[in-house]
Design a protein around this ligand. Structure first.
Ligand SMILES: NC(=O)c1ccc[n+]([C@@H]2O[C@H](COP(=O)([O-])OP(=O)(O)OC[C@H]3O[C@@H](n4cnc5c(N)ncnc54)[C@H](O)[C@@H]3O)[C@@H](O)[C@H]2O)c1
Ligand SMILES: O=C(O)[C@H](O)COP(=O)(O)O
Length: 524
């Protein structure tokens, strides 16, 4: 039974989903990094929000870990490269808390425009400070949205409902989508110059770090409002403090900080500054959504191999998973066989999908073939890490498709090219079982077995008897024997399924027989 650790505060709904699906689950929050490293080897899955930071060291210690699930959107707390290198799927829940976060941004906008938090505190202190507050009406004002993806678009929709004018900067926002959303797509400087309020909804990446900086704040209208419910680090907090102190920025509201938890900060106590402790996603509804979603996604993957919302591997829907499984297994076996038979550095890998299989989602099959291929040299590689490793090693991977298949309903052809030559193995699924139909140019019909022997020789009478005698003398029992040849007296291929691995000494004895070109063991 797979076992999952939930290491951040999460709705109980996640635990219920895991248990209902037969997955053992431990909820242990507030662990130090060392404590996580100590216990993580016991788990197949790790479910987090933003407090746990699964970095390279945690992932390296996680010997069994197959999946990290983020109950939320941002994955900047997770070392995705380390996870990918170790073949761990990283998945998030891209929509579950988006509405809630958009609502928090609007709440922050109103709070900043009317100074609700400070007015509330002073009123409750008995001051009745009515004459100290003169807010800003949002009606007819221009809201500048930086980052118009999921949440940015939801904020736009809500701001338009408030009868604000909305302008947006997002390099990936198409003019058509801008029109559909009812926002004006503008350049970044233009946004800073025109906006009465600015709200941020981008991830923190190289291009967005300190996107609100001193220089850009200087471009803004006096009295602008700044809201950040996306990620700390998007706003230069020191420049913002100076602009607030100078009265140039009317008010600012931050839900996120460059360093979290932010327990003391130069902005704290600054007049017209509002802070919340990364509460954007913290509603009952959003937390239930992301908890259920992440647990379902992780359970799907651990129990069926279905993958959704993964950041480092192609998706496989729950409906597709059972249909793809035999082909993924076939691709893995073709790759593993090829990896053990081709010993020179590989330059190109080409996968050709023929017949019915060409209509399916072939991404997982290609990833499985690559993983099988690389396994001979890298036993730790898997479907998640293989495409990245192949890329890093300069192996070109190509795919082609044809709806026609000559001999079977579906065929997968794996071809690899080294600096010397090309090799191809073709396989199919027959009555639910994977079979080899062509091996290095020779037609055959062979099943895959855990232990096999590949022999290439010149087709001459008497060879099979000699081979059988060598294997018999070595105590190797033959399970099946598959033969094929280019043409009479030409090159012949023999694939022998045996009950135990064939060792190097036996292979050398076979190679010593005249006209034998190769004898290689294969373990699947
Ligand atoms: N405060 C919270 O609790 C909370 C909750 C949920 C999400 N978030 C954060 O909110 C942010 C937005 O989430 P989302 O779901 O809308 O993500 P998203 O991926 O749907 O949208 C992000 C948008 O930013 C745009 N973008 C990328 N680089 C840009 C750049 N240089 N300039 C302008 N735009 C750029 C992208 O094109 C995309 O449209 C993320 O950082 C996420 O982690 C915070
Ligand atoms: O990216 C997110 O989903 C938000 O930042 C929410 O983070 P949290 O789950 O830690 O509240």
């Amino acid at each position: 039974m797979p076992k999952v650790l939930i290491s951040d505060k999460m709705s109980n709904a996640a635990t219920e989903v895991f248990r209902n699906r037969g997955i053992e689950v431990d909820v242990i929050t507030g662990l130090s990094k060392e404590e996580i490293i100590n216990i993580i080897p016991n788990y197949d899955g790790l479910a987090v929000r933003s407090s746990t930071r699964p970095d390279g060291e945690i992932i390296a210690a996680a010997a069994k870990l197959k999946v990290i699930g983020r109950a939320g959107i941002g994955v900047d707390n997770i070392d995705i490269k380390a996870a990918t290198d170790r073949g761990v799927v990283v998945m998030n829940t891209p929509f579950g808390n988006a509405i809630t976060t958009a609502e928090h941004a609007i709440a922050m906008l109103f709070s900043a425009a009317r100074q609700v938090p400070s007015a509330s505190v002073r009123t409750q202190n008995g001051e009745w400070p009515k004459s100290d507050y003169k807010g800003m009406e949002l009606f007819n004002k221009t809201l500048g949205i930086i980052g118009c993806g999921n949440i940015g678009a939801l904020v736009a929709e809500r701001a338009l409902g408030l009868k604000m004018k909305v302008i947006a900067f997002d390099p990936y926002l198409t003019p058509e989508r801008a029109v559909k959303l009812g926002v004006e797509k503008v350049e970044l400087d233009d946004l800073f110059k025109r906006a009465d309020a600015i709200t941020l909804h981008t991830p923190l990446v190289e291009g967005t770090k300190n996107i609100v900086n001193r220089e850009r704040l200087a471009m803004t209208k006096k009295g602008v409002i700044v809201v950040n419910c996306a990620r700390g680090g998007l706003v230069d907090e020191y420049a913002l403090k100076d602009a607030l102190d100078a009265g140039h920025v009317r008010a600012a509201a931050l839900d996120v900080f460059a360093v979290e938890p932010a327990k003391s900060h130069p902005l704290f106590g600054t007049p017209n500054f509002i802070a919340t402790p990364h509460l954007g996603a913290s509603t009952i509804e959003a937390q239930e959504n992301v908890a259920v979603q992440v647990a379902e996604q992780m359970a799907d993957y651990l129990l069926t191999g279905a993958i959704s919302n993964a950041l480092n591997t192609p998706s496989i829907s729950a409906e597709e998973a059972p249909r793809l499984k035999p082909f993924v297994d076939l691709a893995d076996k073709l790759g593993r066989m090829m990896g053990q038979l081709v010993h020179d550095p590989i330059k190109t890998v080409e996968l050709t999908y023929k017949g019915a299989v060409s209509q399916l989602n072939t991404n997982p099959m290609s990833a499985a073939a690559l993983s099988g291929l690389l396994k001979a040299a890298m036993p730790e590689v898997n479907m998640v890490s293989a495409p990245v490793i192949a890329k890093e090693r300069g192996i070109e991977v190509k795919e082609s498709y044809t709806t026609e298949a000559e001999r079977a309903e579906s065929l997968i052809r794996l071809m690899v090219e080294t600096s010397e030559r090309k090799f191809a193995i073709v396989g199919t699924i027959y009555r639910g079982e994977p079979r080899i139909v062509r091996l290095f140019g020779v037609q055959m019909d062979a099943a895959f077995f855990p232990n096999m022997l590949y022999v290439r020789n010149e087709d001459r009478p008497g060879f099979i008897g000699k081979l059988g005698a060598i294997l018999g003398d070595a105590g190797v029992n033959i399970a099946t024997f598959s033969l094929g040849r280019m043409d009479e007296g030409g090159e012949a291929v023999c694939l022998v399924a045996v009950d135990a691995p064939v060792d190097a000494v036996v292979c050398d004895t076979i190679k010593a027989v005249s006209l034998v070109q190769r004898a290689d063991p294969i373990t699947l």
